[in-house]
Design a protein around this ligand. Structure first.
Ligand code: HEM
Length: 161
């Protein structure tokens, strides 16, 4: 009982939170800077099918880590009583994390399985290179946002801004 009372709940949640962000955003960085450029070496009609096969494998991991990031972030938010901070200028870093997370939940659990995969496949059938370049641009924007959110979170926790 006493051992449990001394269990460092918030530090363990934070470690899991940061781990989930590392794997999720690190995977995005790998897809953006390595996989998508490398696909240019394949014949154009094979580029999008190859991307979808890679994405299918990483997509499952990404979904799991996005859920872990949300669960650990939400639990810390409640434990640290940060509710009052949300929506204020001092809590911008927190709003940024929540907005980015909510957008990815929508992307990975709704938009991608319901529309985006089908539309991407059709676009890739028409022009594999144009579809690859569009994907690269989209991933680059998301990666830049992720970097901004991570840097904002670390600075925000340190009280900068
Ligand atoms: C529902 C979504 C999320 C919530 C509620 C949330 C909440 C939190 C909370 C409460 C902390 C600890 C703050 C503290 O130690 O005072 C934290 C830390 C952190 N979060 Fe999130 N977060 C969420 C999503 C994200 C996302 C999507 C990212 C990045 C893409 C992110 C990156 C980080 C980082 C890097 C830290 C560590 C900051 C540090 O200790 O230096 N979080 N988050």
């Amino acid at each position: 009982m006493t051992a449990l009372a001394h269990f460092p709940v918030v530090p363990v949640l934070l470690a899991l939170h940061v781990l989930s962000v590392i794997i999720w955003v690190g995977g995005m960085a790998f897809v953006t800077t390595v996989v998508l450029p490398a696909l240019a070496g394949l014949p154009a009609p094979e580029r999008i099918p190859a991307f979808l096969e890679i994405e299918r494998r990483f997509g499952l991991q990404a979904r799991i880590w996005v859920l872990v990031a949300g669960a650990t972030g939400g639990a810390m938010w409640a434990r640290l009583r940060l509710t009052a901070l949300a929506g204020t200028s001092r809590g911008l870093w927190l709003d940024g994390m929540i907005a980015f997370w909510a957008f990815f939940m929508l992307l990975l659990f709704v938009l991608e399985p319901m529309f985006l995969q089908r539309r991407l496949r059709a676009r890739g059938d028409r022009d594999g290179e144009a579809a690859r370049r569009l994907l690269l641009r989209g991933h680059a924007v998301l990666l830049a946002l992720a970097v901004l959110v991570v840097v904002g979170a670390v600075l925000g926790v340190q009280g900068v801004g």
